[in-house]
Design a protein around this ligand. Structure first.
Ligand code: ATP
Length: 347
């Protein structure tokens, strides 16, 4: 278990990279830190690893306060974006390195390295040096080295980011299965929301050194707590349309919808609908957003239809074959919607 209390990191020069973070990652949990560039993900991971000293707050790993312990005494294994494997060592020695540090006898180290290498499909490459490996293979060596020492926690900083799209998907499935088998508490940094949704038991979405929302992938996807999270999650971004409430109704881009409780007269809101939950009507409806079909994009799993509605673009995903023709008029009718006021989820 990893728990963080009031963790703050202010860099010289005044950048507040972490701002009073409270978080508990459960034993065996696969936890993703997600957010745009510069939000503090890497700093948080490096602080847990002991590579940065927090300005204030503390870190516990399995109940022990490790805030002041050096990295080597925290029993965590970190895998970096750039792998950080040793160029002068072959695959066996790279994987076995943490065991050598722990004074495990050579024969045992070699046996253990071979066993981990087999799991990571590196068995045929044991005598190669990093320069003789592809990027994906180097990444697997870094993973293998992390696994070899049976740490209390894995800390991954975008470990899949240097792989091509196909290999990345394979590596993702592989990593998820491996983490399940080993049941080691894992904190995983990514800026790829699809990766976070696919891998994690829970996700924290970060912005400017703070955690904006912490939840399961389903919670974060279905009910993003702010418009920032809403716009960040989903492979096709959520429709976020401005609207106003009057006399119990919402007026959004030419459509009139029922207003949720708690809205006053003339309140400005943002109306959120995932393209997956937006239907298209051929006939005019008062509760539909009128628009003209401007763009059609085939997603493989469906067609993303973009309607032009006054100043707004409204998107819907429809099954392939049922998409309207370019230029025709349609009414976008949400099946599920969210209402935000002042950027925060209201209903
Ligand atoms: P990315 O996805 O681009 O890696 P990130 O979310 O991991 O970004 P961090 O690397 O944690 O972001 O950086 C958080 C903030 O702290 C940024 O504003 C960054 O410029 C700043 N920062 C990071 N390291 C240092 C440092 N050593 N000195 C000063 N500022 C730093």
């Amino acid at each position: 278990m990893i728990s963080l209390h009031g963790l703050t990191k202010v860099f010289p020069g005044g950048v507040r990279a972490l701002d009073a973070i409270d978080l508990t990652v459960a034993d065996g949990e696969f936890f993703a830190l997600l957010g745009p560039s510069g939000c503090g993900k890497t700093t948080l991971l490096r602080t847990i690893a002991g590579l940065e000293i927090p300005t204030s707050g503390n870190i516990r790993i399995n109940e022990a306060d490790v805030t002041r312990l050096p990295p080597g005494r925290r029993d965590v294994a970190m895998v970096f974006q750039d792998y950080a494997i040793f160029p002068h060592m072959d695959v066996t020695d790279n994987i076995a390195y943490p065991l050598r540090i722990r004074k495990v006898p050579r024969a045992e180290r070699v046996r253990k390295a071979a066993e981990v290498a087999r799991r990571l499909s590196l068995a045929d490459l044991l005598h190669r040096r990093p320069a003789q490996l592809s990027g994906g293979q180097q990444q697997r060596v870094a993973l293998a080295r992390a696994i070899a020492c049976h740490p209390a926690a894995f800390l991954f900083d975008e470990p899949l980011s240097n792989l091509d799209a196909r290999l990345r998907l394979e590596a993702r499935t592989f990593l998820k299965r491996l983490q399940r088998e080993l049941a080691v508490t894992t904190v995983f940094v990514t800026h790829d929301q699809a990766e976070a949704l696919a891998l994690a038991d829970r996700i924290a979405v970060m912005s400017a050194g703070r955690m904006v929302q912490i939840g399961t992938p389903a919670e974060i996807f279905q009910r993003p707590s702010t418009t920032f999270v809403a716009s960040f999650i989903g492979s096709t971004p959520m429709n976020l349309l401005p609207g106003t409430s009057t006399r119990g109704a919402l007026h959004v881009a030419g459509a009139v919808r029922a207003a949720p409780a708690g809205l006053g007269e003339g309140d400005e809101i943002v109306y959120g609908v995932r393209p997956e939950y937006m239907g298209l009507s051929e006939t005019e409806r008062q509760d539909g957003i009128p628009g003209t079909v401007a763009v059609l994009e085939n997603l493989g799993t469906g067609v993303l239809v973009t309607l032009e509605s006054g100043d707004h673009l409204v998107q819907a995903v429809v099954p392939e074959g049922s998409e309207p023709a370019l230029g025709v008029r349609r009414w976008a009718v949400p099946a599920r919607s969210l209402v935000y006021r002042d950027g925060a989820l209201l209903a």
